[in-house]
Design a protein around this ligand. Structure first.
Ligand SMILES: [Zn+2]
Length: 272
């Protein structure tokens, strides 16, 4: 197993990185904080980064138990994070902050993945192609208000009716049942060359800047994970009309790649 990773903050003044990743023996995860709306505390006194860190810690503990199903690990991690909040937080608030996430585990016979929200998992099967696992339910919401711009932004009053709801979209945070609504799958281990996990700060290469996932994998192959972060920043700086996306010009960007078949584990970490 050969593991590489890179992470970069949004690089805005006073910003806090709300992405987290973790790697272990044959597994990796990437989380991206699903934050608050201005003026809406979501019933919680904690910073979003705290919630993402608690989820990362609990998921990592669960992934150290290789016999547990991924959905059970995620459900337990949400429950443990909810317990960490303590009595000062009202987690029944539908706008309670949380995280989106992607998890992969290379088991003895199978490669399994779980994706919830706008983190992505790319399953590379070499000459058999690569498959992107992207949870786009937030882009296909029923009765969604008409919005302008290519990045959809909804009013919190609407989000409160569809967040962690059937027919809506799900995030990791304050509703354990979200685990049962994640996108999950598996393939025989021998059929998978590598798996790339990333936050949406990286997947904007494909969503905004017309890269293919194969091009993303190829750049990683030749130049490593930090080159992917640089490619994101180059694309953002070269965007002729960044205001069309609304939201932030830059976002936290995190990528982790697990490649099967290499006899040793090595890693690389760079900030760019
Ligand atoms: Zn809280």
């Amino acid at each position: 197993m050969h593991i590489t990773y890179a992470a970069a903050m949004e690089a805005a003044p006073d910003s806090t990185n709300e992405d987290r990743f973790a790697i272990g023996d044959g597994w990796a995860l990437v989380l991206d904080g699903a934050g608050r709306y201005p003026g809406k505390p979501g019933g919680c006194i904690h910073p979003v980064s705290w919630i993402v860190e608690r989820l990362t810690a609990h998921l990592s503990s669960g992934l150290a138990q290789p016999e547990s199903p991924l959905t059970a690990i995620v459900r337990s991690a949400i429950e443990a994070t909810m317990a960490d909040h303590g009595s000062a937080c009202d987690l029944s608030d539908p706008l309670s902050p949380g995280a989106t996430g992607a998890v992969v585990r290379f088991g003895k016979d199978q490669v399994e993945w779980l994706v919830l929200g706008d983190c992505a998992a790319i399953i590379d099967q070499g000459i058999d192609g690569c498959t992107s696992i992207v949870d786009d339910r937030v882009d296909r919401l029923p009765n969604a208000p008409v919005v302008e711009g290519r990045v959809r932004t909804y009013l919190p009053e609407y989000v409160a009716t569809v967040r962690n709801q059937p027919e809506g979209f799900w995030v990791l945070g304050a509703v354990p049942a979200a685990a049962d609504h994640a996108l999950v799958g598996s393939l025989p281990r021998g059929s998978v060359d590598q798996v790339l996990l990333c936050s949406d700060g990286v997947s904007r290469l494909t969503e905004r800047y017309e890269w293919t996932w194969r091009e993303v994998l190829d750049l990683h192959e030749t130049s490593g994970p930090a080159a992917l972060i640089r490619a994101v920043r180059d694309a953002e700086r070269g965007d002729p009309d960044p205001r069309r996306w609304r939201g932030k010009l830059h976002d936290d960007a995190t990528v982790v790649v697990l490649r099967a078949g290499k006899p040793r584990v090595s890693s690389e970490s760079r900030s760019v």
